[in-house]
Design a protein around this ligand. Structure first.
Ligand code: EPU
Length: 342
């Protein structure tokens, strides 16, 4: 395995920022990963595990070692009357895994069709879309502990999954590298079509199946979300804030056009995209960055800008939404900046 120096990350971040890694290595096997981790030359360096870079803003070069997990393979590990258990390498493209499952009529991943990125990154932020989160199908996670090189299995419960959140962002941050994810998929799929526009889109298809749900979601995503291969972006830039009912009532008084979504008896979810839109940002462009015309939660890079430009735009949006609604938008993406911010 080659370790490259001053390696361009332009194709390893979906914003397409032209930054470099001090050192870069793609690890195709767990053994390659272990040999990197045990190499004394690299031990003192800052470490960054980078999958598809679809949730990253690189403001600056990363002055350390970037490891790109490339473990491939999808294998059936076990099966019972209800479920099949698939062990998938961290380097597998997420949507290739979804497509593989849908083709075999194994249910659970279909609503997560076309999400960019690699399988190993999916549990970290518990990716979600169209009423489903990855946590619903994650059975186990195989990791390497960075300090000791030990192998460690995490059960679903140990991952402490939350909304775009997991233990890999907190207690286990910078301590583990995910090498494989074991998914538990249903042999008798339970179709989830209640969210948003899925049901309406499905009217264009002859039946409702895993295949047509996948197609419907791909169609919806293609109309609303910019393709990172064409326009740099990292999906939703902010999380949808969850606020107490009283805050929602106060906001409704400021602008009654805001629809909210109940979470439980005392709190509601606010659509961050709508807050940004109502603050006047949808479709706005500032220099070579901007707010997507179809989905205000997505910040876009038109080429020639830097992560700092995106962060300046993000800060202006946060300030403006706060001024209008008194709500703080929390970032959903990870930011790499020098000196490090965490
Ligand atoms: N909305 C607007 N204006 C906008 C954007 C959204 O009014 O510019 C409204 C929509 O009309 C809808 C509501 O906000 O009533 C929710 O919008 P949408 O269904 O498009 O989803 P979202 O809340 O903006 C979330 C995820 C997406 C995921 C979609 C679909 C987060 C932070 N984002 O977005 O995930 O694809 O739901 O399930 O939870 C990502 O995490 O990168 C991502 C793209």
């Amino acid at each position: 395995m080659e370790v490259h120096s001053h390696y361009s990350l332009k194709h390893f971040n979906t914003f397409g920022f032209d930054v470099h890694a001090g050192l870069f290595a793609a690890a195709s096997t767990t053994d390659e990963l272990l040999s990197l981790l045990s190499d004394k030359r690299y031990r003192a360096l800052p470490l960054l595990i980078l999958g598809g870079g679809s949730n990253m803003v690189f403001c600056d070069d990363f002055n350390g070692l970037v490891i790109h997990p490339q473990m491939t393979g999808i294998e059936k590990q076990a099966e019972d009357a209800e479920f099949v258990y698939l062990r998938v390498g961290a380097g597998v493209v997420w949507d290739d895994f979804v497509s593989y499952a849908v083709q075999r009529n194994w249910g659970g991943a279909e609503n997560l069709s076309l999400i960019p990125g690699r399988v190993g990154a999916a549990p970290v932020q518990n990716i979600g879309a169209y009423g489903v989160e990855a946590k619903a199908i994650i059975h186990q996670i195989e990791c390497i502990l960075i300090d000791t090189g030990e192998r460690r299995l995490f059960s679903n419960a140990e991952c402490a999954f939350g909304y775009r959140d997991s233990a890999f962002k907190h207690a286990w941050k910078n301590k583990t590298i995910i090498t494989h994810v074991v998914f538990r998929l249903r042999k008798k799929p339970v179709l989830q079509t209640h969210y948003g526009h899925i049901a309406a889109e499905l009217k264009n298809y002859p039946d409702i199946s895993l295949q047509t749900i996948r197609q419907a979601i791909i169609t919806i995503r293609r109309t609303k979300l910019p393709d990172p291969a064409e326009t740099g972006n990292a999906g939703s830039f902010f999380k949808n804030p969850v606020v107490p009912n009283e805050t929602a009532a106060r906001i409704a008084a400021i602008d009654p056009r805001l629809t909210t979504y109940p979470v439980d008896d005392t709190s509601v979810k606010l659509p961050a995209g709508r807050l940004i839109e109502l603050a006047g940002w949808k479709g706005r462009r500032i220099g070579n960055v901007g707010v997507h015309t179809q989905q205000a939660l997505i910040l876009v890079h038109y080429g020639g800008a830097t992560g700092h430009d995106i962060m300046a735009l993000a800060a202006a949006i946060q300030q403006s939404v706060y001024n209008k609604f008194g709500v703080h938008l929390e970032r959903e993406v990870n930011v790499i900046v020098n000196p490090p911010n965490n």
